[in-house]
Design a protein. Structure first.
Length: 364
């Protein structure tokens, strides 16, 4: 399936366009939508000179990334030409590698999903089988949809891992992955740029790039439990990219053994409660961990996601909110709600690992 990636039509060299000023202009074109934005407005909002904006937009039009969206009446003189982003000019692949399945999406420059595939996949089946599975799934999407240009592939999976080097650490329950260079293995196989990050970070990035501003915690409860932390609009990964190992806070010293080797981790307690059918208890345990985060980081909102939450969202929102209300200490409780995006939110976030830097999001 490597050939499907290599034979994707050329188009603009999108990664070469990632200058700061170009990113500012691209982001404003993206947020303006199909109605577009004029060059004068671009100059006003970016602080660039009209001449600089004209040069940037001319280059973007030559590359097929921008196009005219019509004309708009001005306060004086001739009507202004407005420009828009051309979403179909580029695409990114996003893959969510969960413990038991692979989900891949192809998204355009606007972040719209234009194709999606999902297959069973055992994370414990070995590195070669998993790498091959990702390549086959990605190649299938590209062969069917034939996008004009592909920025690369973002892959999100359970941590811990080294985001900078794309190397996995001891994924809970799968110690055989420790030290595996997933990014380089996929890049060799697919012959495109590859970015690797934790599933929770990818999902949080998608939310931050979207309508969710400020500081928030995204708590993902599925086959495991983790958190994506966004502080001041930026994904917080930590100096060693190890932030967000939320599921392995110990809150019960004599609690059940966790796959990480400790006892009484929030993940172990939550998953055990879910397994015995006590979802209300699972929600309260999740709420206890959320309250710790709120107390430590003073975040604005708690967002819940993952397949376990999606199966019973009202119970989890109610349970987490109840604990946060109890801990509010007379102050207003932090809002709790289900994160938008559903089951493919992590895969979309994985694609944003490629898209976000193009639009000036340095945390991509």
């Amino acid at each position: 399936m490597t050939s499907a990636l290599r034979s994707a039509p050329g188009g603009a060299n999108l990664l070469a366009l990632r200058s700061h000023n170009t990113a500012l202009v691209l982001d404003l074109l993206r947020t303006a939508g199909p109605e577009g934005i004029s060059r004068l407005e671009l100059a006003d909002r970016t602080g660039l000179t009209p001449q600089a904006v004209s040069k940037i937009t001319a280059r973007l039009r030559e590359e097929g990334l921008a196009a005219e969206a019509g004309r708009r009446a001005s306060t004086g003189g001739k009507p202004r030409t407005v420009l828009r982003l051309v979403p179909e000019a580029g695409h990114a692949l996003g893959v969510h590698l969960d413990r038991d399945e692979l989900r891949a999406v192809l998204v355009d420059l606007d972040g719209t999903v234009v194709g999606e595939r999902r297959v069973p996949m055992d994370l414990g089946s070995g590195a070669q089988a998993v790498v091959k599975g990702v390549a086959v799934l990605a190649g299938t999407l590209l062969a069917e949809l034939r996008p004009r240009s592909v920025l690369g592939l973002g892959i999100a999976l359970p941590g811990p891992l080294d985001h900078h080097r794309g190397v996995l650490h001891r994924v809970t329950g799968f110690p055989e992955w420790d030290g595996f260079p997933l990014r380089d293995a996929l890049a060799r196989r697919l012959a495109v740029p590859v970015v690797v990050d934790k599933d929770t970070n990818a999902a949080a990035l998608r939310l931050a790039v979207g309508d969710e501003g400020g500081s928030f915690a995204y708590l993902h409860l599925g086959t495991g439990l983790g958190a994506g932390l966004v502080i001041g609009g930026t994904v917080h990964r930590g100096a060693r990219t190890g932030a967000g190992e939320f599921g392995h806070q110990v809150i019960q010293l004599d609690g059940p053994l966790c796959g990480c080797g400790n006892r009484g981790c929030i993940e172990a307690l939550c998953l055990a409660a879910v397994a015995r059918g006590d979802v209300t208890e699972a929600a309260r345990v999740l709420g206890a961990g959320a309250a710790n985060l709120v107390g430590l980081l003073d975040i604005d909102v708690v967002l819940l996601g993952g397949r376990t939450v999606a199966a019973m969202p009202e119970i989890f929102v109610r349970g987490v909110r109840a604990v946060l209300d109890e801990r509010a200490r007379g102050e207003g409780a932090v809002p709790v709600r289900v994160a938008p995006g559903g089951a493919r939110g992590v895969a979309e976030g994985a694609a944003q690992l490629l898209l976000a830097p193009l639009f000036g999001r340095s945390d991509g």
